[in-house]
Design a protein around this ligand. Structure first.
Ligand code: CAA
Length: 386
């Protein structure tokens, strides 16, 4: 855990909130992280604590049960939680960015009252179901079908890689009224996961973030009433893409937390471990590793905060979010790899946290858009400027 705490852009009141979040992470989340990683047990007690502190709906207006905080404070909180437990970080990120945000942005008042309030208060948990077995990076071609019937839609199809898929009470679900329409046929729905026809069909056995569930979902003649449609018919792709822009800031912040944990562990190890008659932190070879790790972490952090400030300002930030996620996730993987190198053989064992950091970092280069997709977004936005 980081000893020096630096939260710019926040006033005194928010600094004290950040201090409380940090204390919660040190005292209650970090000590349980190894257990959750080893057992894969969902961190129910941690999620309840996060909910108590208003961290499951951080950016949601207080009127709808949220904490009414800004995006940068959310990113800093995400980094804190993820430095302690990356599984808890992604559970929190999905609920905040991928579930509360689209309902806040595209939902009507009745939808906000019914769905958003309990999600933002942490009484309910959400998941975001876009990806399918044959459509991960290319969601415009998704096949899950919504057929209009009196009073609503009948939904059939399947989804893959759904974080929180096992525990979620509410699902933001994307389905098409006609696959031939490609992205223009996609609709977004807010769905109660307990309804008939909603089936959690498989849970993935994963390399990292083992305490967060990743599920395959299956929908069999599932009736969803008209009032569950988010936005208008055909708005779904825009809902998904704009939601993922914000989600990428959350995952960038998660990656920062994982990287920070690896760096802190490496610093501690390097000052305690002696070789050639002195702590290895005295060796320039180790100092160079630590210097590069620190620099890459801070560069990624500044990109993440910059994207958060732009989102908060209400200006287009798709490219900034993609740059933040690309930089933070690739830096996290790189820093975690270096951290194992600093630890030598010890770093390759489960006794040291850097082994978990290494496994947890990898997913940040994949979910909510792979690094290759982030590069596509960055290049497309850059070419648009010329
Ligand atoms: N915001 C709003 N609208 C957007 C947008 C954005 N960021 N990006 C594109 N659009 C709109 C475009 O303006 C266009 O609209 P019009 O037809 O009105 O002009 C429309 O969407 C189609 O745009 P594109 O032609 O650019 O779309 P594309 O099919 O070529 O896709 C892509 C672009 C960037 C590759 C996109 O498909 C993408 O981001 N893919 C990655 C998907 C992803 O991140 N999946 C992760 C799922 S969530 C997850 O990981 C699981 C979890 O639980 C954590």
């Amino acid at each position: 855990m980081q000893t020096e705490r630096y939260w710019p852009m926040v006033d005194e009141e928010k600094k004290s909130l950040m201090e409380s979040i940090h204390q919660l992470c040190v005292a209650e989340i970090a000590p349980r992280a190894k257990h959750h990683d080893e057992t894969g047990e969902f961190p129910t007690a941690i999620v309840s604590k996060l909910a108590e502190m208003g961290m499951m709906g951080m950016m949601v207006d207080e009127k709808w049960g949220g904490a009414g905080l800004d995006v940068a404070t959310y990113a800093m909180a995400m980094e804190e939680v993820s430095a302690a437990c990356a599984s808890s970080g992604v559970i929190m990120s999905v609920n905040n960015s991928l579930v509360c945000w689209p309902i806040s942005e595209y939902g009507n008042d009745a939808q906000k009252e019914k769905w958003l309030k309990p999600l933002a208060q942490g009484q309910k948990l959400g998941c975001f179901a876009l990806s399918e077995p044959g459509h991960g990076s290319d969601p415009a071609g998704l096949q899950c079908r919504a057929v209009k019937v009196p009073g609503g839609y009948k939904i059939n199809g399947s989804k893959n890689w759904i974080t929180n898929g096992k525990e979620a009470d509410t699902c933001i679900l994307f389905a098409t009224i006609d696959p031939a329409l490609k992205h223009k046929g996609i609709c977004a729905f807010v769905v109660d996961t307990k309804i008939k026809g909603y089936i959690v069909s498989k849970l993935e056995d994963k390399l990292g973030i083992t305490a967060s569930s990743t599920a395959a979902l299956f929908f069999e003649d599932m009736f969803v009433p008209d009032e569950c449609l988010l936005g208008k018919e055909g708005d779904g792709f825009k809902v998904a893409m704009s939601t993922l822009d914000g989600g990428r800031i959350g995952i960038a912040a998660q990656a920062l937390g994982i990287a920070r944990c690896a760096l802190e562990a490496s610093k501690q190890f390097a000052t305690e471990r002696e070789q050639f008659g002195a702590p290895i932190s005295k060796l320039q070879a180790i100092q160079f590793h630590l210097a590069d790790m620190t620099t890459r972490l801070q560069a990624a952090r500044l990109l993440t905060w910059h994207a958060a400030v732009k989102k908060q300002a209400g200006v287009k930030y798709s490219q900034d979010a993609a740059m933040a996620k690309l930089s933070a996730s690739e830096s996290a993987m790189w820093i975690a790899t270096k951290a194992i190198q600093v630890h030598g053989g010890y770093g390759y064992t489960k006794e040291y946290v850097v082994e978990r950091n290494f496994r947890d970092a990898k997913i940040t280069e994949i979910y909510e858009g792979t690094s290759e997709i982030q590069r596509l977004v960055i290049a497309a936005e850059e070419l648009r400027k010329s």
